[in-house]
Design a protein. Sequence first.
Length: 182
Amino acid sequence: MQRDLVERAREGDADAFAELAGTAGDRMYAIATRILRDADRAADATQQALISVWEGLPGLRDPDRFDAWSCRLVVHASYREARREGRMAARVREIHVPTAVEDEVHTVDDRDEVDRAFRRLSPEHRAVLVLHYYAGLPVTRIADILGIADGTAASRLHHATRQLRAAVEADARNETAWRTTA
């Protein structure tokens, strides 16, 4: 079904592209939102990526690679959007963690700590974390999507995880030090 839509859209069928963009656009927006942490900027990145999809479709050789290709386009559009402002703004929090009622306060605190730490990561590190932990992709698929070597993807994932953990731990130490002096 998707292959047929891709092939028709490659030939200039606007209706096929609209249907394809409707299904792919939601996934692209979800990825951009998690990388950028801002709904408006994620919408801009998604729109840029969809324009790139429309313009690049005639050159897509393998319709079965559409998902990986469109994912790469939205990740790169998110990188550009992040750099356009010069820093990663964070106005939206979308970390979905199921919680029990008695753990709700601790979970919100934990979620906020992770979100603050996540905002400090580079767009490249955010992207590998989002693709691995949110999209559930293995490192080899992430490397393929980002157009980088498997080892580079594994290294980025390792360093991003380590930096995220270090930032959370540093915030916890700072919070403890602040409470003891207050």
